[in-house]
Ligand binder design. Structure first.
Ligand SMILES: Cc1cc2nc3c(=O)[nH]c(=O)nc-3n(C[C@H](O)[C@H](O)[C@H](O)COP(=O)(O)OP(=O)(O)OC[C@H]3O[C@@H](n4cnc5c(N)ncnc54)[C@H](O)[C@@H]3O)c2cc1C
Length: 394
């Protein structure tokens, strides 16, 4: 019996890395991509150095800039968080083009203009039905990997999505090109605004909102307030936001696997999905290759995503004062922890974070108690009129 044949839906980060990995291990792979031309949207992404452990070829040509410092800004405070290992600012289109070429070099067959309409599971195979120029075509394979982004969410679970708006702007004067700025303003968004420098001349300014429309509106207001002008918009479809409900990574007894945004493999804290999507794609390929460590990689990814989802749930309750307090209590011990691990390794340090700064417990207590008080108040169990807690726990 020869190696299994795999059909992959979606030629983007998660699908192409899975295809590349499988083909490298001698598995025949066909990738079906809905777009007629391979022209991924131009988008500036920031990723941690964790990406280097996932890609086994040189991708330096796709790197625009190195980030060595994060400046977190709340209403009344700010703090600098230096990184010992630089984050990378990557141009998505070039990165995907490179991945596409590498996959083809390994023998992956990529078919453009194939919009997959159905994936059916039979006893020993899957049947993928796609639309080509108005006609339906069927492909039979041993496994299918759904890596079709946010659209894939419809296949298997009710999805929560949020909108991102991002625009290229001139790098503001006196701004260091290796520092990312992050603004927390819970009066406008439960997420944050960012400025990611691409070079000495340009940066991308972005925000996450409840929907794409809301994010666009917030970004325009922010730009007007700060005298910035968009040089180019990098908006896109909505992005998935994982919930505590566990996302499925396989359907139909494991014959249909899910990877990337279609499996909501996105960090809920930052809505960053490149590194986690690549990990998801690699995990799917390991499962098909029956590698012993396939479940370990998936489990560590799921654990990581869960922690980000919990942190997101907590941050969603923060008000302006909470962010001020959070920034105030970032001490040297916390900074040295942040220096040692990346945002893609939060599970490695979640306990250490609390041990390094016990005041974080106080902050959490403050946030939870306010939530409970407000719920009681809504239920009419508490008299109205008191807006702040009687104790400042931090
Ligand atoms: C503005 C913006 C900024 C972002 N910034 C960052 C960042 O800084 N860092 C970070 O890590 N992440 C960031 N992200 C998220 C990151 O880009 C995504 O998580 C990641 O690209 C998802 O990759 P994917 O392969 O899972 O899906 P996608 O890139 O969405 O690819 C899905 C592919 O499937 C194809 N497809 C869809 N339906 C079908 C079908 N029925 N048949 C065939 N093909 C189909 C699509 O055409 C597409 O090519 C950002 C997202 C946005 C929108």
């Amino acid at each position: 019996m020869g190696p299994p044949k795999v059909a992959i839906v979606g030629a983007s980060a998660a699908g192409l890395i899975a295809a590349y990995n499988l083909a490298k291990n001698g598995v025949p792979v066909e990738v079906l991509e809905a777009q007629k031309d391979f022209e991924p949207l131009e988008r500036t992404l920031i990723v941690t150095c964790a990406i280097e452990s996932l890609i086994d070829f040189d991708f330096s040509e796709t790197i625009l800039n190195d980030i060595k410092n994060f400046r977190l800004i709340s209403k009344n405070r700010k703090v600098d968080i230096p990184l010992s290992k630089a984050d990378l600012v990557i141009e998505r289109r070039n990165f995907l083009r490179l991945l596409y070429t590498k996959a083809q070099e390994e023998g992956v067959r990529i078919f453009l203009g194939r919009r997959v309409r159905r994936v059916d599971r039979y006893e020993n195979f899957v049947k993928v039905t796609c639309e080509v120029d108005g006609n339906l075509e069927e492909i039979v394979a041993d496994y299918a990997i759904m890596a079709n982004g946010v659209q894939g969410l419809d296949f298997h679970r009710p999805c929560t999505t949020v909108g991102i708006s991002q625009a290229r702007v001139d790098l503001p004067k006196n701004t260091d090109k290796s520092t990312v700025h992050v603004w927390f303003d819970p009066s406008t968004t439960r997420f944050f605004y960012w400025l990611i420098p691409e070079s000495n001349e340009s940066a991308v300014l972005g925000v996450i909102g409840q929907s794409k429309k809301e994010a666009e509106r917030l970004l325009i207001t922010f730009m007007n307030k700060n005298g910035m002008r968009p040089r180019m918009w990098q908006n896109s479809e909505d992005v998935p936001l994982p919930t505590l409900k566990k996302s499925r990574v396989s359907l139909g007894d494991g014959r249909i696997l899910l990877a990337g945004d279609s499996a909501a493999q996105v960090k809920a804290t930052t809505v960053g999905g490149l590194v986690t999507g690549l990990k998801g794609g690699i995990s799917a390929s390991y499962i098909i290759l029956r590698r012993k460590d396939s479940r370990d990689l998936l489990r560590s990814l799921e654990k990581e995503l869960l922690i980000h989802t919990i942190v997101r749930g907590i941050l969603d309750m923060f008000n302006e004062t909470d962010y001020d307090l959070l920034i105030k209590i970032i001490n040297k011990r916390l900074l040295s922890l942040f220096e040692r691990v990346t945002r893609d390794e939060l599970s490695k340090m979640s306990f250490k974070i609390f041990l390094s700064q016990p005041k974080l417990f106080g902050l959490l207590l403050r946030v939870f108690m306010r939530k409970i008080f407000s719920q009681w108040r809504q239920k009419g169990k508490l008299s109205r009129g008191r807006d702040v807690l009687p104790i400042d726990l931090v």
